[in-house]
Design a protein around this ligand. Sequence first.
Ligand code: NDP
Ligand code: GDR
Length: 341
Amino acid sequence: MTKRALITGITGQDGSYLAEHLLAEGYEVWGVIRGQANPHRSRIDRLLSEVKLVEGDLLDQSSLVKAVDLAQPDEVYNLAAISYVPLSWQQSELTGGVTGLGVLRMLEAIRMVSDFGGSRTPTGRQIRFYQASSSEMFGKVAETPQHERTIFHPRSPYGVAKTYGHFITKNYRESFGMFGVSGILFNHESPRRGTEFITRKITLAAARISLGQQAKLPLGNMDAKRDWGFAGDYVEAMRLMLQHEQPQDYVIGTGVMHSVKDVLTIAFDAVGLNWHDYVYLDPQLVRPAEVDTLCANAEKAEAELGWKPSVQFRELIEMMVEADLRRASRIRRDEDEPDQW
Ligand code: NDP
Ligand code: GDR
């Protein structure tokens, strides 16, 4: 029987890669899309003939019930969130409502469609649930590298909201026997990454500066260190978690840490420039509470899911610069060719 998946956040970076991955695996894919004339719809333009879209918002319980009822999915991937950490200080209540309570609403939608028992639909399907948890929950790290039993100390309203989502998923698993799992994913990037995040902000700036379209690049804390991987690899881990016999949480990352300065060096080297000539510190971009370092121990995922990252850090950043160079030169030539990334 063809498996059906419902993805929230399908217009985001991960949603588009996950949709492609699941289609390639033979799934019927449904996506929840919000708002009127969603500006991010172009991210999934190329998939529109294959993906079924249903309107919904994580702030609107009844829309989620309708989405689950319509799709009758075997698997729900809850990727939707306010995901930009700095915004979570400016709109902390909204972040709590979407990124935190939104998880509860999705779980409740599954229970409602499943007749409030376990998570089996009237058609006999048991709905499995994936929650997009985050390494930001580790925050002020208690140990390095971080694994599934490392304690959480979130440092932003975003991290706190994700921690709520993580524990409510675990609670529904323990309370109602739902097959609900959380993937604790470390930073993952790609040419489809939003331009507000550091890797893409840097690769786009390097491309634009090299083409004379931008003069300077303001940044915040350049000493921050992260474990950066490729989004295309990470969505595969999401699917694998839902195929496992037992619902369990997994850390997903590369186990290798780099600094923001390492990203700068690789990106500017790729366009033949020295980043020191263009980058300056903007104190307004320094966060009220910073997460200084994050590094994953993903041994459990490798042992139990057979998951391993395939793209290394340098390759990832160079891939992003190349994509941004193409995009930026296209804008210069005023061409409108389809985005193949
Ligand atoms: P993006 O910011 O690219 O995508 C977020 C998605 O959430 C968008 O599709 C957005 O839709 C949707 N969304 C936002 N608010 C709502 C709402 N109220 N109702 C419905 N949908 C909404 O995130 P990523 O793809 O990078 O990340 C996917 C998930 O994984 C997120 O939950 C993120 O927090 C989490 N995560 C990401 C990591 C990373 O490194 N990328 C690491 C760990 C966790 P719209 O187009 O309408 O704005
Ligand atoms: P993060 O990613 O907060 O880890 O959350 P981001 O790329 O925004 O920041 C990484 C680090 O870079 C430092 N930094 C800057 N960041 C941004 N965005 N812009 C700047 O100008 C800048 N200067 C320095 C930050 O201080 C930080 O230390 C991402 C998101 O995808 C979350 O949704 C996800 O949960 C986590 O990764 C894991």
